[in-house]
Design a binder for this molecule. Structure first.
Ligand code: AMP
Length: 378
């Protein structure tokens, strides 16, 4: 066990690192943040911020030596530098887990090899997507294997014209091609597994994406008890099989036939778990700290049905490509059982996650209606 008072090192300095740092500090830990581009949202709240490239082994070594335990909030950290600091302080989740989850081709191959239900897919590793599209059939979606998030590096293919366009865009890039899923719901399960082997799954979230970016998370998810049970069971089985210590977020599709298919894994706090800051006995950030430090895991009961809404840079007032005003925060600040969370980012950009808000109510339908109304008023 790494007790309160020790130092947690976080690789990555975005909003996930910021909320993780705040949770760790509430438990009495010191927090150091390593982020290439400073000043960063996590650095603003941390006890120490180090700005250096991930492949600056000397800087990373000095950073790791000053920490008692290390974690990350960002998946696209190259594996060679992580290998270089192995042994200086425990790193959770282990580098092997990150290696699988940071690349779609490895992640899907791992799901397939371990018989977890996943979306039908084919690999296009030589940059020629046509044969893979012929295998999975249309409609389908092409995704780059590396460095994709929030729908970046993805394209849906239905027509011949789409195929021609995609062939040019993705030529020479390592890709996977996935069958398009006719889903009735998108859901996610966030499971915590501690260094002692204890596991706990947060209540299942239902996620609504707009232009491939998470828009709303709704908890509890509006799915049947068998689907909830299946999603929870899958999440625990995945966490145990991959041997995660910390959080594992599992994004899933519920098909129109009621089948649950795994879409993506993330070994870190996840946007679809932000509701837990206000709606759950323990937040996902506190749970991650508890898990990587070997503390008992916290209770994950829902306090009240909760809806989380992302606030993107689009919510600022724009004119001719320039920001001319802030969103009007007043309605959220004045609303009962609503909470505003901003990440301290100074430069709004379209599609950039600037913050989120939550709305709680006695039933989920009312919470969702109120959340939609408040979003309109931004
Ligand atoms: P991803 O980056 O894989 O999580 O994809 C972002 C979002 O795009 C998902 O949450 C879905 O809304 C949509 N999407 C991705 N893959 C598929 C698919 N195979 N079928 C249908 N929708 C998809």
């Amino acid at each position: 066990m790494i007790p309160p008072g020790k130092t947690l090192g976080i690789l990555g300095g975005g909003q996930l690192g910021r909320m993780l740092a705040q949770a760790a500090q509430s438990l009495g830990y010191r927090v150091h943040v390593f982020e290439p581009a400073g000043p960063c949202p996590a650095g603003a709240v941390a006890d120490k911020e180090v700005n250096a490239a991930y492949d600056d082994i000397a800087a990373l070594t000095t950073f790791a030596r000053a920490c008692d335990v290390l974690t990350y909030e960002f998946e696209n950290i190259p594996s060679a530098p992580l290998a270089a600091i192995a042994g200086l302080a425990p790193l959770y989740p282990r580098a092997e887990v990150l290696h699988i989850c940071q690349n779609r081709q490895r992640e899907k191959a791992w799901l397939r090899a371990n018989n977890f239900p996943h979306v039908r897919y084919a690999e296009a590793l030589d940059g020629d997507i046509a044969p893979a599209i012929a295998v999975v059939g249309r409609p389908c979606v092409v995704k780059t294997a590396d460095f994709g998030y929030d729908g970046k590096g993805q394209m849906k293919i239905a027509s011949d014209a789409d195929l021609e366009q995609a062939a040019a865009i993705f030529r020479g890039r390592r890709c996977v091609v996935e069958r398009w899923v006719d889903f009735s719901r998108e859901i996610s399960a966030i499971v915590a597994r501690s260094s002692t082997g204890e596991t706990k799954v947060f209540p299942i979230a239902e996620n609504i994406h707009t232009r491939h970016i998470l828009d709303f998370s709704i908890v509890p998810a509006r799915v049947s008890p068998p689907v909830t049970h299946e999603a929870e069971t899958l999440a625990v089985a995945l966490a145990e099989k991959i041997g995660v210590v910390g959080l594992l977020a599992v994004e899933m599709f519920v098909t129109t036939g009621g089948e649950v298919l795994v879409n993506e894994l993330a070994p870190r706090p996840h946007n679809s778990g932000h509701w837990s800051l206000d709606g759950c006995e323990t937040s996902q950030f506190e749970q991650h700290v508890r898990a990587v430090c070997g503390l008992p895991l916290g209770e994950v009961t829902v306090r009240e049905p909760t809806v989380m809404v992302n606030i993107l840079g689009d919510a600022w007032r724009w004119q001719e490509g320039r920001v001319i005003g802030d969103p009007s925060w007043g309605a959220i600040l004045a609303a009962p059982r609503a909470k505003l969370h901003l990440y301290g980012k100074t430069e709004p950009r379209p599609g950039r996650k600037m913050g989120h808000f939550t709305v709680r109510d006695a039933d989920i339908a009312t919470a969702l209606t109120r959340a939609q109304e408040l979003k309109q008023k931004l």
